[in-house]
Design a protein around this ligand. Structure first.
Ligand code: HEM
Length: 433
């Protein structure tokens, strides 16, 4: 096997192991990657860590154009608190110590692991006091007339990510495994407090991203036969996403005032993809038109998976301001140009920080779509712009016809979370006391 093939098979193996989960998958990884480079350990100095749990970018890899490269494997553990009522001081200490262990065990990077915990409105309902006005965290709701999602109302969402899938499995096993069947150390750091003492795992979802992984995992529901997903694509639909020029900075999504200043809000949806229509129905140029903008397609602005775009998706105000003309001239409008209309602050800077990854949970092509923004309402406005309901007065555009990528994607779940600053991440009260 060549070096490239070996790398590809290793990454796919890890992807499959994370998807399956459990101690058997963990042992299989440890056996197979016995001679692998050790995973870099974390820090004993918590003051060296960023204020916001969502501040990943400084330590993540960058591509040639300076775009942030997300770690390849993701584990989303939706957690419920054991028992009713508000958590105790003991619970708080357990969670704080458990999260501290993960941080000491793994460097906060692609090669190490990142753990981030957010809390839902349902969690804050356990308390008599309400969240302050400085936090905009409504219950999840339906965001378009053509969807009927399940609302994720578990107490918390633990988001773990790493290039080393075995690290995610080890954390999961150490934190939630049964006694007698779980590691008592993480990367040689001994584990004394476990998240499983306070939480149960109500739902387990897995994700992945990175060139080659979608192509290697396209034999699932929602993707037609014939292996249409390009090898170079980090995502199932054939393009890369998350250009730095069209992403909000981590400080722009941080809450500015009140006890949770420095934290952020996170909306997470799960979106099923029906690419058995996307690939057969569209040639490459039409895909660019539907995903970005017909104007970009006309100019030949996008090549391949979009690597040539550099640090920006090319959707400038000059492009998205002409969206109605695009509908008339080309008979369709693009996904990115629609969304961009609501994704700019008064200085023209993006409002949302998107970190979406693919999923094959249940052997169905889907996307986990975490989006960070200062206020959840900013997400709602972008989603409204993406719905394009304001464009359906034109004969060419209908809700799911010629309307970006809406013909191909179906939202199945929505949840809202407050991701507190690191200092308040263990079972915070609404007032941060
Ligand atoms: C299967 C689902 C989706 C896929 C494959 C997808 C893919 C993409 C791609 C390839 C781009 C252009 C490159 C970039 O700027 O990142 C883009 C842009 C964008 N997408 Fe999506 N997207 C999906 C769903 C969504 C959803 C649900 C939202 C939120 C409501 C959203 C919001 C945006 C925004 C805000 C932009 C950037 C527009 C700008 O400000 O320039 N996308 N998307």
């Amino acid at each position: 096997m060549g070096k490239r093939d070996a790398g590809r098979s290793r990454r796919s193996f890890l992807k499959a192991a994370v998807a399956v989960g459990g101690t058997a998958a963990l042992s299989a990884c440890l056996e197979r990657f016995d001679d692998e480079e050790p995973i870099p350990t974390g820090t004993d100095d918590p003051s060296s860590l960023p204020t916001g749990q969502h501040e990943w970018n400084d330590t993540l890899d960058r591509d040639e154009a300076g775009n942030v490269v997300l770690p390849e494997h993701h584990l989303l553990l939706y957690l419920s608190i054991r028992g009713d009522g508000s958590p105790t001081e003991d619970d708080r200490e357990t969670v704080g110590a458990a999260l501290g262990t993960i941080e000491r065990a793994y460097e906060r990077s692609n090669r190490g692991a990142i753990a981030e915990i957010g809390y839902s409105p349902a969690y804050f309902n356990r308390f008599e006091t309400s969240l302050p006005e400085s936090v905009d965290l409504p219950e999840p709701k339906t965001l378009s007339s053509i969807e009927d999602p399940t609302f994720d109302t578990q107490d918390a969402l633990l988001h773990l990510t790493s290039d080393r899938g075995e690290a995610l499995l080890a954390i999961e096993a150490a934190m939630f495994g049964e006694e007698g069947d779980r590691p008592d150390a993480l990367n040689e750091i001994s584990v004394s407090d476990r998240l499983g003492e306070v939480f149960t795992v109500a739902d387990r979802r897995t994700g992945f991203i990175g060139p080659g992984l979608p192509a290697a995992n396209q034999d699932i529901d929602g993707i037609p036969d014939g292996d249409p997903v390009p090898e170079a694509s980090p995502l199932f639909m054939g393009f890369k996403a998350g250009f730095i020029g069209n992403q909000a900075s981590e400080s722009a999504v941080a809450i500015e005032a009140g006890p949770f200043a420095g934290g952020t809000t996170k909306h997470v949806s799960r979106i099923r993809q029906e690419l058995d229509k996307w690939y057969p129905e569209n040639d490459y140029e039409t895909m660019v038109a539907r995903m970005f903008s017909p104007e970009l397609a006309d100019r030949g602005a996008v090549e391949g998976v979009g690597e040539n775009l550099g640090e920006s998706n090319g959707i400038t105000p000059e492009v998205f301001d002409r969206i109605r003309e695009h509908a008339k001239e080309y008979g369709l409008v693009g996904h990115a140009e629609k969304a961009a209309r609501a994704n700019r602050d008064e200085n023209g800077e993006p409002l949302l920080l998107r970190r979406h990854v693919e999923s094959t949970d249940g052997d169905v092509a889907a996307l986990h779509f975490p989006s960070y923004q200062r206020e959840i309402s900013a997400f709602d406005r972008v989603r409204e712009a993406m719905n394009g309901a304001d464009l359906t007065d034109m004969p060419q555009i209908q809700q799911r016809v010629n309307n970006g990528i809406l013909r191909y994607i179906f939202t199945t779940h929505r949840g809202n979370f407050l991701v507190p600053p690191r200092s308040l991440r263990s079972l915070p009260t609404p007032t941060g006391d």
